[in-house]
Design a protein around this ligand. Structure first.
Ligand code: ADP
Length: 222
């Protein structure tokens, strides 16, 4: 963990130091470049700290859930709408498919939204242009299952469990992930807090699927 925190911090300090040392002689263009680098590293550090704070709160059991009745179909649609720009910019299509007319869960809307968003953001990140991302929603016994499949680079079989560990980034994607490696660890904590399960698999043709199940609201008739 110290490596993850130190790298962006060193970036900030060394570009600030360089800027101060060369203040008199630096071209505007160079100065702009240094400041940009400081901003990029600063943002990375902020994301990392937010994720770490979230995770330590979750792991310590200090994250309280604000549970209400949530229709997962509406939630998945809201996620798709929110990431509309990213789909467009990356030349991707995202579709929701379900045979259910409603999928109500007693859950924390914001936290489950965070989980679906994170999984979809990964699907975007690891998909080639022209790919299709599909969100499937189904009832499986007492649970609802949300499955996000993509046609991207896939996950090495030996890493299907490890990607839910803190800071684990697959060999296959490490160089271009740009993330913190904490997103799926946070998702797992949130899903387990809802007494659910989350796991990953590879598709038969190409790409991977990340899926989770959380209990359905039992008071409803299906
Ligand atoms: P990151 O910030 O690196 O995306 P995550 O915890 O969200 O962190 O994901 C951990 C790692 O799992 C990623 O770095 C990547 O190696 C792998 N991964 C997650 N989702 C996918 C996907 N849809 N396709 C391929 N690899 C994935």
């Amino acid at each position: 963990m110290s490596h993850e925190l130190r790298t962006p911090m060193h970036g900030i300090l060394s570009f600030a130091e360089l800027g101060i040392k060369r203040l008199e002689t630096l071209s505007q263009e160079k100065m702009n470049q240094y400041l940009n680098n400081i901003q990029i590293s600063g943002n990375r550090l902020l994301f990392l700290l937010n994720d770490l704070l979230d995770l330590s709160k979750l792991e310590a059991g200090k994250m309280s859930l604000d549970k209400t009745s949530v229709n997962l179909i509406d939630l998945a649609n809201a996620c798709i709408n929110e990431q509309e720009n990213q789909f467009h910019e990356n030349g991707l299509i995202c579709m929701l498919s379900t045979e259910l007319s409603s999928a109500n869960c007693h859950c924390d809307r914001n936290r489950i939204f965070q989980v679906i968003s994170n999984i979809v953001a990964n699907a975007i990140k690891f998909s080639p242009a022209g790919g299709k991302i599909q969100i499937e929603l189904a009832r499986v016994k007492g649970n609802f299952r949300v499955l996000v499949s993509d046609q991207g680079i896939g996950i090495p079989v030996g890493e299907l469990d490890q990607i839910f560990e803190k800071f684990h980034q697959s060999e296959r994607s490490r160089s271009h992930s740009g993330g913190t490696g904490l997103g799926l660890a946070i998702c797992r904590e949130i899903i387990e807090l809802h007494e659910g399960n989350i796991w990953a698999g590879n598709n038969n043709d190409r790409g991977s699927s990340i899926m989770f199940e959380i209990p359905a609201e039992e008071s409803l008739d299906y």
